[in-house]
Design a protein around this ligand. Structure first.
Ligand SMILES: N[C@@H](CCC(=O)N[C@@H](CS)C(=O)NCC(=O)O)C(=O)O
Length: 262
């Protein structure tokens, strides 16, 4: 039995749901409301002491960290395999995952809260907003959250975070060939790791950045055409929130666009 604690639009949750869908695995869904602070609820923190989603519980075993959960799923449910057999291709896979975990994911939080989620957070009562920020355990993450909620795309963290996304897109553009996936000739864990972040740019109305890079646009279209995209992403994404994210992204694009030229 698989139970997934997750959030509809969270990148790390999408990453795990994609792998579950690619493997045809059903799970019991436990939604954690990240805007309301469900990740800080004492019962949830017992499962995930980092106050984040996702958490997977497999027959009573608690698993955290989305990239490690995906490796676990590929070990526990090897059919179909989502890691290449070739050692060099496996190294390429790990490099994508490392880039996502270390550089892109922290930047995604900055972009998301500076643009997409900011109006909803600002609409909360001051004490709720402050309590949710104070409850973030990592001091750097907490400071960045406070800054982007206060200053939006003018926050000092914003341009650097956007730069990490541009780096990702440029490396993808240089690496991808038609009909190839990120770590070989089959869709795999690298594609599942990267997709939610390209999708986040799309949801924040930054599609000109994808259109300007044809190999990325082609890969994105191919990923979206897979049945797992419907099951793991579209079926969970609440249309009004996606619309809100896009509207918020369009509103700040004139300020964001100059930062994308380099
Ligand atoms: N390294 C963790 C990061 C998890 C993470 O940051 N999750 C985000 C959603 S994508 C979250 O729960 N954020 C809650 C918050 O920032 O308050 C993983 O890959 O599982």
């Amino acid at each position: 039995m698989l139970e997934l604690y997750h959030h509809a639009l969270s990148t790390c949750s999408q990453k795990v749901r994609l792998v579950l869908a690619e493997k045809g695995l059903d799970f019991e869904s436990r939604i954690v409301d990240l805007i309301a602070g469900g990740q800080h609820a004492p019962d949830y923190v017992k499962l995930n002491p980092n106050h984040v989603v996702p958490t997977l519980v497999h027959d009573g075993t608690v698993l955290i960290e989305s990239s490690l959960i995906n490796e676990y799923l590929d070990d526990a449910f090897p059919d179909p395999p989502l890691r290449p057999a070739d050692p060099a291709a496996r190294h390429a896979l790990r490099l994508w995952v490392k880039r996502i975990d270390e550089k892109v994911h922290p930047s995604a939080s900055v972009l998301t809260f500076a643009i997409g989620a900011r109006p909803a957070v600002l609409a909360q009562p001051e004490e709720v907003r402050q309590a949710n920020i104070e409850a973030i355990p990592d001091p750097g993450h907490r400071a960045a959250r406070r800054s982007v909620i206060e200053h939006g795309v003018d926050a000092p963290e914003f341009a650097g975070a956007l730069g990490r996304f541009l780096d990702l897109l440029d490396v993808m553009q240089a690496s991808l060939a038609p009909d190839r996936w990120l770590s070989g000739d089959a869709f795999g864990l690298a594609d599942a790791a990267v997709l939610p972040y390209v999708l986040r740019l799309d949801h924040l109305a930054m599609t000109p950045l994808l259109d300007a890079r044809p190999a990325v646009a082609d890969w994105y279209a191919r990923v979206q055409a897979r049945p797992s995209f419907e099951t793991a992403v579209t079926a969970w994404a609440p249309e009004p929130i996606v619309k809100l994210f896009r509207g918020n992204g369009e509103a700040v694009w004139p300020q964001v666009e100059p930062l994308t030229r380099r």
